[in-house]
Design a binder for this molecule. Sequence first.
Ligand SMILES: Cc1cc2nc3c(=O)[nH]c(=O)nc-3n(C[C@H](O)[C@H](O)[C@H](O)COP(=O)(O)OP(=O)(O)OC[C@H]3O[C@@H](n4cnc5c(N)ncnc54)[C@H](O)[C@@H]3O)c2cc1C
Length: 372
Amino acid sequence: MTRCDALIVGGGPAGSTCAERLGRSGLDVLILDRKSFPRDKTCAGWVTPQVMSTLEVDLGDYADGRTLQPITGFLTGLIGRETVENHYDGPVSYGIRRCEFDHYLLQRCGAATRLGVPLKSMERTQDGWVVNEEIQAPLVIGAGGHFCPVARKLGARSLERASVVAAQEIEFEASAADLELGTARPEIPELYFCPDLKGYGWCFRKERFLNIGLGRVDSQNLSDHVAEFCEFLKDRGTIGCEIPVRFHGHAYQLYERVEPRLVDEGVLLIGDAAGLAYPQSGEGIRPAVESGILAAETIVRANGDYAEQRLKPYARLVRERFGKPRSNAASGWLPASWLQLIASRLLVNRSFARKVVIDRWFLHTQQPNLQA
Ligand SMILES: Cc1cc2nc3c(=O)[nH]c(=O)nc-3n(C[C@H](O)[C@H](O)[C@H](O)COP(=O)(O)OP(=O)(O)OC[C@H]3O[C@@H](n4cnc5c(N)ncnc54)[C@H](O)[C@@H]3O)c2cc1C
């Protein structure tokens, strides 16, 4: 039997950040992930400078041998309609590749890992948990993303009323000649909202890599929406080459409408396992990283007693940090046609696009860095 102070199921940004913080306090942490790393993760791969700063990533070191695309502006609009562009004086975000970013964080976190091994069983014992009949830990942290087996085991994810984004994405390396055929610019990602406002598509060039995707809170006919969006990008001239690979699908829950269940006896949930992605943008890496830190803070304070009551401060810290899950009120009482009309006017207003869509919804400039 392998013993550790805490077992983290999932080695994505939530899991590796939590592990790194627990390690700083001297806890012996083991990360279990069903994939071998480096592994890919369906994601557009943009992170804000706040994330890099909270993670204490040295940008020069990171960029050595990895893709780090500074973003200095955004093109926004509605699919098939007008667009506006906003520019900033310096980088307001970065494009990373998840196969590199997640691997970098995992290697750096200092925890022991068991990779390529899925969680198969999880039994409660007097001393905590026995996982896969071979790992014993007083505490298990569910960081397994949207389909986290720990969250499912606890029945912690009631998805009936939840807002779940269904998304499809591809990322591929394009030749210099193929990049020349389109107008996609590396420093200006393009974001296009669906006319019914149920999601948005993006085209994002990170150095030589093109990342294209579309996510919606209404999963019906998602493939059709994606195909139409690709046609639109080709018609606009954003991409001029053929898309050489198949789209990958994934889902994740937004932090709205339902209060997530975050703790249980000897268990905490972090990141997508807890359903914490920002509602308007779907950004999930920052909440994953920050929830990992808040969970670690609570665990260290609990000082070895992981009764549910001792772990509850984590739920309070999450509420303080991210607020109460909003109810999605506007779309509840305004007729859809009104919303669409208002949105089609506002989204192509440069000032609204900058102050609300980009600064507030996508960059969260109003939310200071987590002090932990
Ligand atoms: C198409 C798309 C685009 C996105 N774009 C962005 C973006 O640009 N910026 C942004 O901030 N967010 C984006 N997100 C959201 C972001 O990807 C997630 O919020 C983020 O990855 C959450 O991190 P995490 O560590 O909680 O989970 P994950 O990154 O999903 O990591 C979970 C880990 O758990 C492992 N695991 C799963 N099941 C098991 C099991 N049974 N046993 C063991 N291990 C298991 C997985 O292999 C994985 O390594 C996007 C999401 C999608 C779907």
